[in-house]
Design a protein around this ligand. Structure first.
Ligand code: NAD
Length: 357
């Protein structure tokens, strides 16, 4: 193989990215097979082998065909390649898995830890992008925006039909499940809006929330009934999978709104549909799905009062620049045997980062 002639330290790196298609003509559109996070020229100038592919479905995808001699895999939550234990076992040379973005639940972290593989992500790289998007989705739901928009497209004009379910966000209570980086950016942005702000996090109260006047609830059961709008900002872990389910939705105010840009599997898919149909939830918005890409017949596409999109909030052009730079920074460190910034590590020397415990 070509790669083995050019000396030690040469790595084979496989990045699994979505196809950009026409978007790839924009050189700023980095998160695609064609533009390869902007890393190709640099990696190849160092003598490394760099493969970018969108082909990721097991068992015979390009990713699978390369596992045997790949050293580094780069994945992205926007086109998740599931790095299962089975794949890890088929990759004897795999030493590093990088997430271009934030959220590494598509990787079997325990299996990586067991094999001594390092997993890291570009912590903080797109938190503002996601926070802005969450504020937008809250407003879309609370103001009942989409029915009015659809009226215009359908050549209709019916103010009462929209306004009968439209509210101000002023004076409402907005709560976040999770009090990490995205939650902080969301609460910061809501500060001048005259809303009561709450957060629930199973970890300690955080000073920075206190300083902004955001109240802490240590119990999900007392937090949920307080909120008119709940936004979810926790990673997908064993403790958060299905956290929002029939029972917890039942604790929310009738007609409250739910925004989820965290991960689809944090909510129970059918409980969301039932709650929208019964009116227990006034609306559901977000960009993350239990399966990505969502199949064309996914029931969430047609449920009432939703404001869902494909997984886009954390991949604005600005965010792409930041997380592509973070991936490069980590590769540079790795090649020089230097440590990454501390909070980039998700699995290090067999240990999982605290947010994944
Ligand atoms: P973060 O690590 O800064 O914060 C996560 C917070 O969740 C931590 O404070 C942690 O204590 C808390 N937490 C963990 N488990 C909990 C539990 N069971 N109950 C209550 N709190 C719990 O992470 P972040 O940067 O704020 O990102 C959060 C998640 O958002 C990511 O893990 C990722 O899944 C998702 N995300 C989505 C996009 C997107 O494009 N849609 C982009 C970035 C991140």
């Amino acid at each position: 193989m070509v790669g083995e002639k050019k000396g030690e330290g040469r790595k084979k790196i496989v990045a699994v990215l979505p196809k950009g298609g026409p978007a790839a003509k924009n050189p700023k559109y980095l998160n695609c097979v064609e533009n390869g996070l902007g890393l190709r020229e640099w990696l190849e100038s160092l003598g490394h082998i760099y493969i970018t592919t969108a082909d990721k479905e097991p068992p015979n995808s390009e990713l699978d065909r390369n596992l045997l001699d790949t050293n580094i895999v780069i994945t992205t939550p926007f086109h998740p390649a599931y790095i299962t234990e089975e794949r890890i076992m088929k990759a004897p040379k795999l030493e590093l898995i990088l997430t271009a973005g934030v959220g590494s639940d598509h990787i079997d972290l325990h299996a990586a830890a067991k094999k001594g593989i390092t997993v890291a992500e570009v912590t903080g790289s797109n938190v503002e992008s996601v926070a802005e998007d969450e504020i937008m989705r809250m407003l879309i739901l609370v103001r009942n925006f989409l029915p009015g928009y659809l009226q215009i497209i359908n050549n209709e004009w019916d103010v009462p039909a929209v306004a009968v379910k439209a509210y101000d966000i002023k004076g409402k209570t907005v709560g976040t499940v999770g009090g990490g980086r995205i939650a902080y950016e969301v609460m910061k942005r809501l500060k001048p809006w005259d809303v009561k702000r709450l957060y629930y996090d199973r970890h300690q109260k955080a000073d920075r929330f206190d300083k902004m006047g955001v109240q802490w609830e240590k119990d999900l059961n007392s937090f949920l009934p307080e909120c008119d709008v709940v936004t979810i900002n926790v990673p997908l872990t064993d403790s958060t999978r299905g956290l929002i389910n029939k029972e917890t939705i039942g604790k929310m105010k009738r007609g409250a709104y739910l925004v989820n840009n965290a991960r689809g599997a944090i909510v129970d898919q059918d409980a969301i549909i039932d709650a929208l149909k019964s009116g227990q939830l006034g609306g559901y918005a977000g960009d993350v799905w239990p399966q990505q890409p969502a199949p064309s017949n996914h029931p969430w596409r047609h449920m009432p009062n939703h404001a869902l999109t494909p997984h886009v909030s954390g991949t604005t052009l600005d965010a792409q620049v930041r997380y592509a730079a973070g991936v490069r920074e980590m590769l540079e460190d790795w090649f020089q045997h230097k440590p990454f910034p501390e909070d980039y590590y998700i699995v290090r020397e067999g240990e999982l980062a605290p947010q994944y415990h």
